[in-house]
Design a protein around this ligand. Structure first.
Ligand SMILES: *Cc1c(COP(=O)(O)O)cnc(C)c1O
Length: 401
């Protein structure tokens, strides 16, 4: 690299690329658009046949007996908490590093999120830390498949069974992943997905819960429809006006417009995941000998879905903090991101931890200071990948200690 080219964009040099590369984005093509247009011309825009079709495809994909679709992933998590009967003061164990919704769904139902530390190698919920947090009030564990790497469900299942707990997977990152040759969506008692545009497949907004438990599925269908026992289309078919509200629910329904997009996107899930894995392999190869970063561990018994590609900065090799590296990469037009701040560091979630304990989840806190998510999404070109690697090398060399 010439001296001119190596000067950081943040210090007035030329950026590695001219336009901002986001960390994630959807891939919607003409067949998706056609499919949506057809539903717009049909009789049913919501609670119609395409919702059931999308749910059916999800049972086929995951091998679960039941799939219930919702307006978004957060509503799906809320419904899961309702289905398992979370009550006031029930404790649910969640990883310290996750999206806020993983814990918020517990609070919606009056429960208390209990934060357990993650494993330094994968940033996945550490089973040893989970067991240490179990009390007589613990009702369930929500594992989160961080970055698209499935958690160790066999070990978590043993712990859950030993203590009579329900095991839930927040699988919002891991649609399309495998664990010991088993498909994500059938690994926990309830498995939750999101179809936000940055996720593996999108419906704009949308979510799903898969389960083998028919009673819980029935409860979730009522919950997403105000607590009413039948929906508009069922009443039409029965020629009836009568409905009964049996419990307090919400309007968490998804539309047929969204579900048809989901159906069209699902067909492309295998190609989306293989592209994500190919990009990850390029990053792995390029970063293997870079002492300034380490990549997260991947267990041999999983197929990783690579919702995120996360690197950890090696601070002893660098003379600046993560913030300077982050800002320098942004100036190079590389849309790096940080997933996530330990939840209890948010002003709202502080109430759920003991203020006197200065390090509640030390591994999560240490990781938070060094993690960076690099751009990864199926429509990224090889040139985009090269830009990320070039910018990372440029910035890390500049700030080498
Ligand atoms: C995206 C996401 C959610 C929430 O999904 P929405 O569809 O945005 O409501 C929950 N948990 C995790 C880990 C997520 O990444």
């Amino acid at each position: 690299m010439s001296r001119l080219k190596s000067k950081l964009a943040i210090e007035g040099g030329t950026p590695v690329r001219q336009t901002m590369l986001p960390y994630g984005r959807q891939l919607v093509d003409e067949t998706d658009i056609q499919a949506v247009a057809e539903v717009l011309r049909s009789d049913w825009l919501t609670t119609g046949p395409v919702v059931s079709e999308f749910e059916h495809e999800f049972t086929k994909l995951t091998g679960a007996n039941e799939a219930v679709a919702f307006s978004n992933g957060t509503a799906s998590l809320h419904a899961a908490m309702y289905a398992i009967g979370v009550d006031v003061a029930d404790e649910i164990i969640v990883p310290a590093i996750t999206f806020v919704a993983t814990a918020n769904c517990i609070v919606y139902q009056g429960g208390i999120p209990v934060f357990a530390d993650v494993h330094p190698d994968t940033l996945l919920l550490d089973p040893v830390c989970v067991e240490a947090k179990i009390t007589s009030h613990t009702k369930a564990i929500i594992a989160m498949d961080y970055a698209g790497h499935p958690c160790d469900y066999d070990t978590l299942r043993v712990i859950a069974d030993r203590h009579g707990l329900i095991l839930i997977a927040d699988a919002c990152h891991s649609l399309g992943a495998n664990y010991r040759s088993r498909v994500v969506g059938s690994l926990a008692d309830l498995n939750v997905f999101s179809f936000h545009p940055v996720k593996a497949v999108t419906t704009g907004e949308g979510g799903m819960v898969t389960t083998d438990d028919e009673d819980m599925a029935a409860r979730m269908r009522i919950f997403r429809n105000h607590g009413i026992t039948n929906d508009h289309r069922e009443r039409e078919l029965q020629g009836s006006f009568r409905y009964e509200m049996v419990d307090l629910g919400y309007n968490y329904r998804i539309t047929d417009i969204q579900c048809v997009l989901g159906l069209s996107q699902l067909k492309k899930l295998p190609s989306f995941i293989s592209r994500r894995r190919a990009i990850a392999a390029k990053y792995d190869a390029a970063l293997a000998n870079n002492k300034a970063v380490s990549v997260l561990g991947v267990h041999e018994d999983v197929l990783h879905a690579y919702h995120l590609y996360v690197v950890k900065l090696q601070h002893h090799q660098l003379r600046v903090s993560r913030l300077e590296i982050f800002e320098a990469l942004r100036a190079e037009n590389i849309g790096v991101n940080v997933h996530y701040m330990p939840l209890y560091m948010h002003p709202y979630h502080k109430q759920f931890v003991d203020n006197d304990a200065n390090e509640i989840c030390p591994v999560a806190e240490e990781a938070f200071d060094s993690i960076l998510s690099l751009p990864i999404f199926p429509s990224m070109t090889n040139e985009d990948v090269t830009h990320v690697i070039e910018a990372l090398n440029k910035v890390l060399n500049w700030f080498a200690s």
